[in-house]
Design a binder for this molecule. Structure first.
Ligand SMILES: *Cc1c(COP(=O)(O)O)cnc(C)c1O
Length: 403
């Protein structure tokens, strides 16, 4: 029996670190006790412009005094503006706004199924995904992600998601059937351990979609909006999807996501087929537009690439010196993964001890997701602390063998 006095008020779904932050300033977070932490977690790739960015703060305050929310039964000028800017800078012709990544994926999945329905093929509703994927925590997106640990105990897995091993061409070809609607993937897997699909593989997937009448869906919830040094990660491979889900970085900390699509792919999404109470409200749109003011500024992505290079070189040197602790740098741009030899939870803790925030990922990886405004000097400060954390583990594990 549960004793009411010992029951904590929050769901126990998170193993939370004993850290209580009160405010943020650029790439720093400050606890209630005034301790400063270098924020290389960035709210899991959300705080793209760090904390308290003056342009975001001003924009939010100004909009808060005008209008927070109106229903989508009215026209929302901020949506038209943000959608047009996303369209002008991507493959897309159409945008639907959401409050989160999972909702953006739900819209992407519905868009793909509805496309085939509109073409007279309602039986084509299967979506092929890859092992290690993470697409969210709704009933459909845990089925899309296919990870047993997220599916267990939540009833039957939602039908229509067929998973193949990461980057396996033969398995992918074999999985395509007359019932397949789309292929869905993260160009760089985030939760899964910062695994990037090779550019060649993305081009192959695009070709297979074209040959088989399938839609290609990219989940750029984590990799998008400048995180990899391009506006979207798929630009590195020179391929475009038909549908793309984005979120995280686009809101800079305000809950905001979007589903982007070509006009053709979105043709089934006619009036009444989808909706959202909050998605794209004026407050969210003001902040999203303010994030793009900064990210689309000339030279912004050059800085991301320059800082990413500082990290890449610094981390490579740490790996050279401490191969018993860390073995590989993964990812792209400022979507960085450190493959660990020691348990990744030990490195996360050692980094906390050095006042560096980071995030664990699958495949025994530690994620570093510095805000995109990080300067080369701040990156070097971070590297010093990362080295100190790794050195401490090297001393504690002198006999650990590289895997
Ligand atoms: C975070 C994430 C999601 C889910 O986003 P939520 O806002 O938590 O619903 C989906 N896909 C990827 C790749 C993500 O990183």
């Amino acid at each position: 029996m549960t004793d009411a006095k010992t029951v904590k008020p929050l769901y126990d779904t998170y193993n939370r670190a004993a850290l209580r932050f009160e405010r943020g300033d650029g790439i720093w977070l400050v606890t209630e006790d005034g301790e400063r932490y270098l924020d290389f977690a960035a709210g899991i790739a959300v705080n793209s412009l760090g904390h308290s960015h003056p342009h975001l703060v001003e924009t939010l305050k100004a909009q808060a005094e005008k209008l927070w929310h109106v229903s989508n039964i009215y026209q929302v000028p901020g949506q038209e503006k943000l959608a047009q800017r996303l369209i002008d800078n991507t493959f897309a012709d159409k945008v639907f706004f959401t409050n989160s990544g999972a909702e953006a994926l739900e819209c992407a999945i519905k868009t793909a199924r509805r496309y085939h329905y509109a073409n007279g093929h309602p039986e084509r509703f299967h979506i092929i995904t890859f092992e290690g994927a993470f697409h969210g925590r709704t009933i459909a997106t845990i089925a899309a992600g296919g990870q047993a640990k997220y599916l267990e105990g939540f009833g039957p897995k939602a039908p229509g998601f067929d998973q193949v091993p990461f980057g396996d061409e033969a398995a992918l070809r074999a999985a395509i059937t007359p019932e397949t609607a789309a292929i869905l993937l993260e160009p760089v897997q985030g939760e899964g351990g910062l695994r990037a699909f090779p550019d060649d593989f993305l081009r192959l997937v695009r070709r297979l979609c074209d040959e088989n009448g399938l839609l290609l869906i990219f989940d750029e919830v984590q990799s998008g909006v400048g995180r990899t040094g391009r506006f979207f990660a798929h630009e590195w491979a020179g391929v475009t999807p038909d549908i793309m889900a984005i979120a995280k970085g686009i809101g800079g900390g305000f809950p905001l996501g979007a589903c982007l699509a070509t006009a053709e792919a979105a043709k089934g999404m006619v009036a009444g087929t989808h909706g959202s109470t909050y998605g794209g409200n004026p407050l969210a749109m003001a902040v999203g537009n303010a994030v793009l003011d900064v990210v689309l500024e000339e030279g912004f992505l050059d800085n991301v690439n320059a800082v990413a290079l500082v990290f890449k070189q610094g981390l490579a040197s740490i790996i050279d010196r401490y191969p018993n602790v860390v073995s590989e740098v993964r990812g792209r741009g400022l979507l960085i993964g450190l493959k660990c030899v020691v348990p990744n939870t030990s490195l996360v803790q050692a980094l906390y001890d050095e006042h560096v925030l980071c995030v664990g990922a699958g495949d025994n990886v530690v994620r570093l997701l510095p805000p995109l405004i990080t300067t080369p000097e701040e990156a070097r400060e971070g590297l010093k602390r990362i080295e100190a954390a790794v050195e401490r583990l090297a001393i504690a594990n002198p006999t650990s063998k590289t895997a």
